[in-house]
Write a protein that binds this ligand. Structure first.
Ligand code: COA
Ligand code: MG
Length: 279
């Protein structure tokens, strides 16, 4: 499993930002063809993204591209470009039904994984069905989209996310039920480091694996806050060691980390170590 602590959006129309993104210490780079790119720049951005994907050379372990939605004039050309350029993953915006993922799947080679933006009221309410087609559609992660969702609510984005809490919880439940990665939405005010950290802590408490970010200045805090704590890692290391001990071979519950650990904890411990890059 790839860590998803920091997932950086980079406008496909901004070559300087794309170049800069190559060296940044985020877990995922998403080159965006959708909301970050104006209508007049769509074709040029598509060409630039094709070139960037082919050239590769990103420090981030995972490179994805967000396409325009299927109801736009750009979707067919975006998908055709990506079928040839082959990034690791393609993020589908404003997903409202599993059929949208099935149609994207049919347009892309099997090697490309899908990610889905949950960012409309309908998408939130259908999140279970959307996540439910994960195996069939090759879906790996849900990305909560709070800018679009706030618009659906008829409100401007706000630091007070109480209005979005039900949607965040439903997105996390649907994603976890299907074993998907979960990325919290972006915090627009990149000059407010304190506000950003508060929102990372809130997303973490809700059960997300990481945060979508829009500016290099947000990467360090997302990586730090979404990394497992030293306590978590010590617990995970002890649980894995206990189950690896031949004395405990075949046991369901063992003594570990000063308490009891069951095999279900072993699964969780391995996830934690993987998320921290230690396994
Ligand atoms: N990815 C990579 N590099 C980025 C970046 C990003 N998302 N955002 C900014 N940078 C770079 C800038 O190019 C600049 O590089 P330079 O010093 O080499 O010139 C540096 O970081 C500092 O940027 P700064 O001057 O503070 O911001 P800006 O005015 O250039 O950009 C935004 C501000 C908001 C326009 C820009 O951060 C952005 O476009 N973010 C992504 C938006 C997006 O993708 N939205 C859709 C998904 S929600
Ligand atoms: Mg959007």
């Amino acid at each position: 499993m790839t860590p998803l602590r920091s997932v950086l959006f980079v406008p496909g129309s901004n070559p300087r930002a794309i170049d800069k993104a190559r060296a940044l210490a985020c877990d995922v780079v998403i080159l965006d063809l959708e909301d970050a790119v104006g209508p007049d720049d769509k074709a040029a951005a598509r060409d630039a993204v094709a070139g960037a994907v082919r050239a590769g050379d990103f420090a981030a372990p995972l490179l994805a591209v967000r396409v325009n939605g299927e109801d736009t004039p750009w979707a067919t050309d975006d998908l055709a470009m990506l079928a040839a350029a082959r990034p690791a993953a393609v993020l589908i915006p404003k997903v409202g039904s599993p059929d949208e993922l099935r149609r994207a799947r049919a347009a892309l080679p099997e090697s490309i994984r899908l990610w889905a933006n949950i960012e409309t009221c309908l998408g939130v309410l259908e999140a279970r069905a959307i996540a439910g087609c994960a195996a069939e559609a090759g879906l790996d992660a849900l990305v909560f989209g709070q800018n679009d969702l706030s618009r659906d609510f008829g409100r401007r984005p706000s630091r007070d996310r109480r209005m979005l809490h039900t949607a965040m919880g439903l997105t996390v439940l649907a994603g976890r039920a299907a074993g998907l990665g979960l990325v919290d939405g972006v915090f627009n005010d990149f000059s407010d480091a304190e506000g950003f950290e508060r929102e990372c802590l809130e997303g973490r408490a809700f059960g997300f694996d990481g945060k979508a970010v829009i500016h290099p200045a947000q990467i360090e805090a997302a990586n730090r806050i979404y990394a497992p704590s030293p306590d978590d890692l010590a617990w995970a290391t002890a649980v894995v060691a206990a189950f690896d001990d031949p004395v405990n071979a075949g046991k369901g519950a063992v003594r570990a980390a000063g308490g009891m650990a069951e095999r279900l904890h072993l699964y969780q411990a391995r996830r934690l170590l993987a998320a921290s890059g230690r396994a």
